[in-house]
Ligand binder design. Structure first.
Ligand SMILES: [Cu+2]
Length: 443
C-alpha cells in the first residue's frame, strides 16, 4: 500500500481529468505524471490543451487518461495494479485494472499522432498490453512470448507507435489473459480523425465509450472466480451494473455516437428503444456509407467493437440495454427449478420451522423478487432492482437509459431526473366492460 500512497500524491484535484500542461523540462526526461482515478463517477475531459485538437469522448463511470507532449510525442503512463471497483452502490469488487480503476482509463489520440505509452506493472505476476485493432510494428503488439517478454512485477515497459487509423479500439493484457481479463483488465482507445471533415466520420454532439464486461462473483464475495467460462453472474458496462450505470443524457436533436467494445466470452446484442441507429464503425475502422442500414439492435460479438450513431429526436427516458435477458440481471444462481404453477400452500410455514429465513420464490414468476425482503449477504446487489417513476424497473446488469430532453441547457449534460410525460401519453388502465373474448374453435 505504500507505493499506492506515493501514487496518490500525483492525483490531480479534478480526479485526473486535467491535461498535464505544466511539466518542467526536467520532468520531461522522467516518466509522465501518473494520473489515478479513485471512484466510479464519470469524469468529463476538457478539450486538449496540447497536441492536435479533438472533441473528447465521454466514458460513463470512467475517465480519459491525461497525456503530455514530449518533443511532439504524445506520452501516457498506465499502471497495471489491483483495484477496488464499486460496481454498484453497496457492492465493491476486488479487481485488477489500470491507474486505480477497472476498466482502465480511455486513451484518446488523433490519427497520425506518435504515441508513447509507459506501462508499469504493479501486479503480482507479469503482464503486457495488446493494442487491439491497431496498425503497429509487430514488436509493439503486446503478445507475451511472441512479440515481447512479459513485463515482470515492478518493471516498466515502453510501447511506441503511430496511431495510423481513426476509429475505436481496445487495450488488454496478452499475458495470462484468461485470468487478467476475468479480473477486469481492459480499456478503451479512441483515435480521432486528423481532418476536421472526414467523409466517413461525422461530427457528433455526444460521443460515448463503453466496454462490456462479465464477472463471476458469488453473492457476499468480492473477488471474481477466474475459472468461469460460461456461467458468469455479473454483466457490466465499464465494470458497473444497473442501477450503478450512469444514464446517457442528451439534448433533443443531438447527434449521438455510441462506441461499444466486447472483451467478454459471449456476444451482447445492444438494444436502444425509441430510435433507429446506423453502425458507423467497427474495430476495422469506419463503415462504408452504402452499408449503413437502420437498426435498433446491434450484436457486439466477442472481441469486437461496434460504433453506432443516431439522431436523438424523441424526448423521454429510453431503455438502453443488452437484449440477452440474463444479462440484465445481477448475481443469481442458474440451477433454480421453475416453480411457475406449483402449489406451495402451507409449505413455507413447515420449512420455516427448519430454516427461519426460507422464502418460496418464483411460483408467480420472478417479479416478486424486486419487492421481497429476502436477506442478502453483505456487499451484494439485488438481482433485479432500480427504482423508476412507476416502481421497480426490475433490471440489473447491462441496463441504462438514454435521457433525451429538449430543455437540457446547452453544455449541461447532468442527469435531468425522470421524464415528465405530456398528459395522455402514458399507457393507462382500461376500466370498461371486459366482454368474453371470441376464441377460435377448430370445431
Ligand atoms: Cu449481454
Amino acid at each position: 500500500m505504500s507505493s499506492r500512497r506515493d501514487f496518490l500524491k500525483n492525483i490531480s484535484i479534478a480526479g485526473g481529468a486535467v491535461a498535464t500542461s505544466s511539466v518542467s523540462t526536467f520532468a520531461m526526461a522522467a516518466l509522465p505524471e501518473l494520473n489515478m482515478q479513485e471512484g466510479p463517477d464519470t469524469q468529463i475531459s476538457p478539450d486538449p490543451s496540447e497536441g492536435r485538437h479533438y472533441h473528447p469522448v465521454v466514458t460513463p463511470n470512467g475517465w480519459t487518461l491525461p497525456f503530455r507532449m514530449n518533443n511532439n510525442i504524445k506520452e501516457f503512463h498506465l499502471v497495471a495494479e489491483p483495484v477496488v471497483r464499486e460496481m454498484a452502490p453497496g457492492f465493491e469488487a476486488n479487481l485488477w485494472g489500470y491507474n486505480g480503476q477497472s476498466p482502465g482509463p480511455t486513451i484518446e489520440v488523433v490519427e497520425g499522432d506518435q504515441v508513447r505509452i509507459y506501462v508499469t506493472n504493479k501486479l503480482p505476476e507479469h503482464t503486457s498490453i495488446h493494442w487491439h485493432g491497431q496498425r503497429l510494428p509487430n514488436g509493439m503488439d503486446g503478445v507475451t512470448g511472441l512479440n515481447q517478454p512479459g513485463i515482470p512485477p515492478g518493471k516498466t515497459f515502453v510501447y511506441e507507435f503511430v496511431a495510423r487509423r481513426p476509429g475505436t479500439f481496445m487495450y488488454h493484457p496478452h499475458a495470462d489473459e484468461m485470468v487478467q481479463m476475468a479480473m477486469g483488465m481492459m480499456g478503451s482507445w479512441v483515435t480521432h480523425p486528423k481532418q476536421h471533415e472526414h467523409s466517413l466520420i461525422d461530427h457528433v454532439d455526444r460521443d460515448f465509450c463503453v466496454l462490456l464486461n462479465a464477472f463471476d462473483i458469488n453473492p457476499g464475495a468480492r473477488t471474481p472466480k477466474i475459472m468461469t467460462m460460461v456461467d458468469f453472474n455479473l454483466w457490466g458496462w465499464n465494470s458497473r451494473i444497473f442501477p450503478g450505470i450512469d444514464s446517457f443524457n442528451v439534448r433533443k436533436n443531438d447527434k449521438v455516437r455510441m462506441r461499444f467494445g466486447n472483451l467478454t466470452m459471449t456476444n451482447h446484442p445492444i438494444h436502444l428503444h425509441g430510435h433507429e441507429f446506423v453502425v458507423t464503425g467497427t474495430d476495422g475502422g469506419p463503415t462504408l456509407k452504402t452499408t449503413r442500414t437502420p437498426e435498433v439492435t446491434v450484436d457486439v460479438a466477442i472481441g469486437q467493437m461496434r460504433q453506432f450513431e443516431f439522431l436523438a429526436d424523441e424526448e423521454g427516458d429510453w431503455a438502453f440495454h443488452c437484449h440477452k435477458s440474463h444479462h440484465t440481471m445481477n448475481a443469481m444462481g442458474h440451477d433454480v427449478p421453475t416453480l411457475i404453477g406449483v402449489d406451495h400452500t402451507g409449505m413455507t410455514a413447515k420449512i420455516r420451522k427448519l430454516l427461519p429465513d426460507y422464502m418460496v420464490m418464483g411460483e408467480r414468476g420472478m417479479a416478486d423478487m424486486t419487492e421481497m425482503e429476502m436477506p442478502l449477504p453483505d456487499n451484494t446487489t439485488p438481482m433485479m432492482t432500480g427504482d423508476g417513476p412507476f416502481g421497480s424497473v426490475e433490471m440489473g446488469g447491462m441496463f441504462s437509459m438514454v435521457k433525451v430532453r429538449k430543455d437540457q441547457p446547452a453544455g449541461d449534460y447532468s442527469d435531468p431526473g425522470w421524464y415528465e410525460h405530456p398528459p395522455g401519453t402514458v399507457a393507462f388502465e382500461y376500466t370498461g366492460e371486459l366482454p368474453d373474448p371470441t376464441r377460435f374453435s377448430a370445431g
